[in-house]
Design a protein around this ligand. Structure first.
Ligand code: KG4
Ligand code: ZN
Length: 352
């Protein structure tokens, strides 16, 4: 088992490298470097070709910096863990090729990691005691996944989005309200000044199974924003009502999954889990049912520490990638098992 793992993440617009060091069961974060690509702010969203080029320019320096901050030389690194997918294929390719070249040249182990499995492992970077069984709600710019995790590496898909990811909805509504990219943090900030009673938006599929849908909600906000006579005045109220609707649906499904499984631990992960209102709402609604575990924001946004941590787990099981490892924009989650038949669960109480 490797005791020093270098992680590399380049799936979207963060160039990141991290080093984990430790005993097999207790990796410690020795360094984490995250370089956010600001260039995309000008365009209101990630421009894939620019992202690839920026990764190419920054990655060698980011890796060197992570090693230096960890105080480990190349000689000590035993394995390289890299995001294989899903994500922007050109961006992923930069990380995968770089990781392969490093591992090949120095004859080290290589492991390709699924980006969402990385998000799942993020809280385990800070909390080495975290262990399944647990329910995980992974909400990012590209995915909304509700997983039953009976053990690390074994996943049952309870629900996912049928259209837009939750983070994507935040980004689109932020754009509509003129708040720039990325939208999630801006919406959360503005929503604090919003009156929750001023507007109410539908809760799509809230009381219906485990899947999600956010595109209709987006349209509902669009219509109300267009009809507004004073958008400047209404913006905080719209942000508040939109955020309330998304978070209410996310937490209702998480609660249903906790009731279905009877698990006592619920993990929130992905960029949207940086939203403190989401974490607070989940903790409030799951009081007495499950402990809500959320990593710190630096580990919930895209970062290489979570990739190194998921890689550490897979390396520990004896898994290795070979030199044919390739970037895959649509990589399926490894270890996905058919969902258990869903027994009816009592409906969630109405939102306060
Ligand atoms: O996991 P992530 O960093 O990248 C992807 O894998 O997509 O997630 C990025 C998403 C963006 O859509 C961003 O707007 C959202 O996470 N996000 C938030 C917050 N911070 C980031 N959404 C809501 N509230 C936040 N505070
Ligand atoms: Zn992500």
């Amino acid at each position: 088992m490797a005791e020093v793992v270098l992680g590399i993440e380049t799936s979207c617009d963060e160039t990141s490298a991290a080093v984990l060091v430790g005993e097999p069961g207790r990796p410690e974060l020795a360094s984490l470097v995250i370089l956010s690509q600001d260039v995309h702010k000008v365009f209101g969203g990630v421009v894939p070709e620019l992202a690839s080029r920026a990764h190419l320019a920054a990655l060698p320096a980011v890796v060197d910096r992570a090693l230096a901050e960890a105080g480990v030389g190349w000689g000590a690194v035993e394995a390289v863990a890299v995001t294989q997918g899903p994500g922007l294929v050109g961006a992923l390719l930069v990380g995968v090729v770089y990781a392969k070249a490093l591992a090949y040249a120095r004859d080290r182990d290589l492991i390709g990691v699924h980006h969402m499995e990385g998000h799942l492992f993020a809280p385990a970077v800070e909390d080495s005691e975290l262990a399944p069984p647990l329910v995980a709600l992974l909400v990012s710019g590209g995915h909304t996944l509700l997983l039953d995790v009976p053990a690390w590496g074994r996943y049952r898909l309870l629900g996912q989005t049928r259209d837009d990811a939750a983070g994507e909805a935040f980004d689109k509504i932020a754009m509509l309200l003129g708040l720039g990219y990325p939208g999630g943090p801006a919406i959360e900030r503005l929503a604090r000044q919003g009156d929750p009673a001023r507007f109410t938006f539908p809760r799509p599929m809230r009381d219906d199974g485990f899947d999600f849908s956010f595109s209709g909600l987006k349209t509902a906000v669009l219509h109300v924003a267009r009809a507004s006579e004073d958008l400047e005045r209404d913006r905080p109220h719209l942000a508040r009502a939109f955020q309330d609707a998304v978070l209410d649906v996310l937490v209702a499904k998480l609660e249903r999954a906790v009731r279905l499984t009877g698990y006592r631990t619920a993990v929130l992960g992905g960029g949207v889990a940086c939203n403190r209102t989401l974490a607070a709402l989940a903790a409030a609604r799951l009081t007495g049912l499950a402990r809500v575990v959320v990593a710190s924001p630096r580990l919930n946004a895209d970062n290489a520490a979570m990739i190194a941590r998921a890689g550490w787990f897979r390396l520990g099981r004896g898994e290795r990638s070979d030199w044919t490892l390739d970037a895959r924009a649509d990589l399926p989650l490894p270890g996905l098992e058919p969902a258990a038949p869903q027994v009816p669960v009592p409906p969630s109480p109405p939102a306060p």
